[in-house]
Write a protein that binds this ligand. Structure first.
Ligand SMILES: [Zn+2]
Length: 106
């Protein structure tokens, strides 16, 4: 097995989707070829880091709090825009209130 053979089979090797014969040949190549060993190791580690990154997903409560904080920021931004442009705000408000289906839900 040559290095290019090895690299061609590497993804299957890491996916564990190959027959025992080919796997044995790849592992034999890894025994003596440092280059492919490094490539294989680096790729494997990259995949592991990618898999582990799921652990760093935001927990639901934190996600909710962030969302609230972002929305609050947007609202205060809107409010400050309305302050600097009161004309636009007073024009938009009655339109929203009289649109059918826009009944207050609270
Ligand atoms: Zn090699």
């Amino acid at each position: 097995m040559t290095c290019s053979d090895f690299l061609k089979e590497l993804t299957d090797y890491l996916d564990d989707s190959m027959d025992a014969q080919t796997r044995a040949e790849l592992e034999d190549h890894l025994q003596w070829c440092h280059n492919c060993y490094v490539v294989c190791n680096t790729t494997k580690r990259t995949i592991e880091i990618y898999r582990d990154s799921r652990l760093y997903e935001l927990p639901d409560d934190l996600r909710g709090r962030l969302q609230t904080a972002i929305l609050a920021k947007c609202h205060s931004h809107k409010a400050s825009v309305a302050e600097t442009a009161p004309h636009d705000a007073s024009e938009a408000a009655p339109k929203l209130a009289t649109r059918p289906g826009d009944a207050p839900t609270k």
